[in-house]
Design a protein around this ligand. Sequence first.
Ligand code: ADP
Ligand code: F6P
Length: 319
Amino acid sequence: MKKIAVLTSGGDSPGMNAAIRAVVRRGIFKKMEVIGVKHGYQGLMDGDYVPLGLGSVGDIIQRGGTILQTARCEAFKELAGQRLALNRLKDSGIEGLVVIGGDGSFNGALALTRLEFPTIGIPGTIDNDIACTDMTLGFDTAVNTVIDAIDKIRDTATSHDRTYVVEVMGRHAGDIALWSGLAGGAESVLIPETEMNMDDIVARLLASQKRGKKHSIIIVAEGVSTGHKIGEVIHERTGFETRVTVLGHIQRGGSPSAYDRMLGSQMGAKAVDLLAEGERGKMVGIQNNQMVAVDLSDALSQEHKLSLPLYELARSLSI
Ligand code: ADP
Ligand code: F6P
């Protein structure tokens, strides 16, 4: 394989630039030409391609977002859009593609593979909601961003004896809420994987008040409810002075953590190695600290499983 391309698609995540850099440098190391596709699948269809040299990915390993930019593109979900992209790729002499994105983007990568175009996926999303990999690119940075916010909120919560509800991202997966709740010492964590039990949350708040605790932090994943709704119920049922913080997109930005730079570097290089070996339709993952290649179809059909023992641990440590 002499010429490959890389694109980022769906929601951006910190560490995508580290992965792009690794794809480019590993590709050049293996004597390949590497092309960057701008704006995800939209750019793939439009032929929005730029050659990437060693220097073009200098000074990006520490930057959040994606230098290739990203997009959501409905037209690529249709066969006509996929065929258009395929023709553009072939006209440009590109023989393989690395797609960095979430499960939606992987559906696109799988569609290209089924049309006989060699494609490899790298799981890039802050949500950590992809099966067959222990971590996704950007999750660690997002959790660190949330912990930083919780630490700051705790300062003011303690000063005012207030209850805080912090809403974090995660439509279908509670990993950000669980990990940041555990690492940030939150009193309760609400995640989509378990049934919401407001009676339990209220009982825990009242019990801790009885013990003399005057402030609390409750983390709610956006997939469960809004922070404001939860805050209202808590105030109504306890009378506690309650404030709500919605962290929103700050969780998606920022300089990637050391872990995400490492993960992006390893996954990017592995994706190129797989293409060079003639593999296609695979996702690069990390399992037990080792790089692995799994079928994209498996990663898509299996369900990501949040660690319930971690959830139990969080509950037992926040009594
Ligand atoms: P993420 O990759 O972060 O999950 P999305 O779900 O928004 O983000 O998907 C990103 C893009 O992937 C979509 O805008 C679309 O271009 C492409 N995509 C999603 N689903 C499919 C599909 N079933 N077939 C082909 N392409 C898809
Ligand atoms: O998939 C990542 C994610 O950050 C989700 O947690 C969030 O719900 C969503 O993207 C928001 O996406 P956007 O605002 O880009 O549509």
